[in-house]
Write a protein that binds this ligand. Sequence first.
Ligand code: BV8
Ligand code: ZN
Length: 242
Amino acid sequence: MISDHLTEARARVAAAHSIAVLTGAGISADSGVPTFRGADGLWRNFRAEDLATPDAFARDPRLVWEWYSWRREVIASTEPNPAHHALVRLETRAQRFHLITQNVDGLHRMAGSQHLSELHGNIWEVRCTSCRLVTDNRDVPLSLLPYCHTCGGLLRPHIVWFGEALDDCILAASMHAVESCDVLIVIGTSGLVYPAATLMPIAQSHGGFVIEINLASTAHSSTAALTLQGRARDIVPLLLKE
Ligand code: BV8
Ligand code: ZN
């Protein structure tokens, strides 16, 4: 019964000194951002794994930028939902709090989350393929081949693609957060992408109590201490005793 599980989850969150949160595309689905592996996850029959790679960009930068420009247009029309806002409130209450997101949509930043690690980057940042300068760029739509104002090099999304390493510091901060948390709340992720997916078992192996919130069961549901099935926008606010 969700009410029993929810009661225990609320008590665990209220008693926790250190809280870590891991979010995936499911938390933003309630804002209208398409997920990666759901029914709405395709674009012109391409999968993220086909386009979010250095090879795809080297082969056809215009196609890859077309996909990101389309995603920017979708994301630009969305805003944080009650789940994002509840995490901001939770952050102000917990003694120690760290939010780790796989999402690149920037909605946690927009909601006001401070202790935030964007594991896979941010769709509103671009990086020069020549001088590696990282800048904010909010053009929507984006010109399909944007160039660096400093050196003229071709710009790429400042996003971690498949086959690319995550930023060492961001990953280390995320690992530390899950190794030292009393509770890890995992929201809206299929848990299929690595190394993000290792954060859950790492939390458990260090004694963290893992609460999973998802519409469906996932590869990690059987090992989570508690699973709350439902929409993030409905469930996450209930975790706070307000
Ligand atoms: C790396 C940026 C090495 C792009 C992304 C086997 C083992 C280990 C690793 C691998 C392996 N095979 C391949 C790999 C490597 C690969 C990987 O993990 N592949 C997967 C597909 C198997 N990983 C990598 O390549 C990583 N790099 O390993 O580098 C290395 C080391 C040193 C030097 C060089 C290289 C890089 C991974 C990062 C890829 N980039 N994003 C972009 O966004 O444009 S990942 C991409 O998937 C997104 O960031 C997304 O967030 C992420 C994970 O997906 P989810 O967030 O979970 O979304 P999904 O749609 O899958 O699920 C949504 C969930 O929400 C569902 O469960 C659904 O039920 C639920 N839901 C829906 N609605 C709601 C909801 N829940 C609640 N409420 C709702 N309303
Ligand atoms: Zn440059």
